[in-house]
Design a protein around this ligand. Structure first.
Ligand code: CP
Length: 323
């Protein structure tokens, strides 16, 4: 694996290898000194053209736990505001000797372009592109599901036969696309529940079932993943009203009580309390949202380790040939 662009690119064995490596990385968090020397001398740039709380900080913690040198680049306040392109920005950063680029971009396909055009040699990790993919989110969700449904350190296991229901704005959700791909690869049965206006064209070809009835979909789920309505990607004309949306597609305490006793509630964050999820559900012990964030560090450490662990550090382009 040279880059991580899409959850759809991972085979079952590659995905399980990442999850198993993440289990080993999770042990580092329990040590008094939470650091490994694995990426000492490597430089990783976090190249964020869109806002983020969890993904950016989680990658930074993961990189620092592996002893990498970290550059945080936010498009806001950079020369992007003067018109500099993605290509020129990436090449400028790579000239400083960057080994990996973690990129979040509003345009679907931007990480793929960085990885395949030859603009840069660094490894590319997709931290969320438009409505397309968010592979490390799907991996941390799978990691959380494995632990919650199969028990501690379920090495080598996939999610065969488990039932996961994703609810909400599927149309704009890179988390939904990545999860459908990865959960299918890991053998899980996925059901999408959404209003018809928030389902993408062609969804019937995805490897999952589709339902418009949340109450009917809850009874057999091992996990219910609630998704935020992404107003920032919507034309105001088709905003659902908050009250109507919450009534039909929101998860409250009454609905949660209809889920099987072992079933968990997931959310990638950020949550809009009162719309897709009530505070009662968000704060309940069945909700894994904070656990998902903690697991994200271990999963991102695993991805960085597997992509960079065995490689030689990148040359700095301005470095003299001999000193
Ligand atoms: N889940 C997720 O991607 O959150 P952020 O947008 O805060 O990174």
């Amino acid at each position: 694996m040279r880059h991580l662009i899409s959850a759809a690119d991972l085979s079952r064995d590659e995905a399980v290898q990442i999850l198993d490596t993440a289990e080993e990385m999770a042990r580092v968090a329990d040590r008094p000194i939470k650091k490994l020397p694995t990426l000492r001398g490597r430089t990783v740039v976090n190249l964020f053209f869109e806002d983020s709380t969890r993904t950016r900080t989680s990658f930074e913690v993961a990189e620092k736990r592996l002893s990498a040198d970290v550059i945080n680049f936010a498009a806001k306040g950079s020369s992007v505001s003067k018109g500099e392109s993605l290509k020129d920005t990436a090449q400028t950063l790579e000239a400083m000797g960057v080994d990996a680029v973690v990129v979040r971009h509003g345009a679907s396909g931007a990480p793929q372009r960085l990885a395949t055009t030859g603009w840069i040699d660094a490894a590319v990790i997709n931290a969320g592109d438009g409505t397309h993919q968010h592979p490390t989110q799907a991996l941390l969700d799978a990691f959380t599901l494995r632990r919650r449904l199969l028990g501690p350190e379920p090495m080598g296991a996939d999610l065969k036969g488990r039932r996961v229901t994703l609810v909400g704005d599927i149309l704009h959700s890179r988390v939904a696309r990545s999860n459908v791909d990865l959960l299918h690869t890991l053998g899980a049965h996925v059901t999408l529940v959404a209003p018809p206006t928030l389902l993408p064209v062609g969804v019937e070809t995805w490897p999952c079932e589709i339902s418009y009835d949340l109450d009917a979909a809850l009874g057999e789920a091992d996990a219910v993943m609630m998704l935020r309505v992404q107003r920032e990607r919507m034309n105001a004309a088709y905003f659902p009203t908050e009250r109507e949306y919450a009534r039909r597609y929101g998860l409250d305490g009454q609905r949660m009580a209809r889920m099987p006793e072992h079933a968990v509630v997931m959310h990638p964050g950020p949550m809009v309390r009162g719309m897709e999820i009530t505070a009662e559900v968000a704060d309940s012990p069945r909700c894994t949202v904070i656990e998902q964030v903690a697991n994200g560090v271990s999963v991102r450490m695993a991805v960085l380790y597997l992509l960079l662990g065995g490689q030689e550090p990148a040359p700095t382009h301005s470095r003299p040939a001999a000193v």
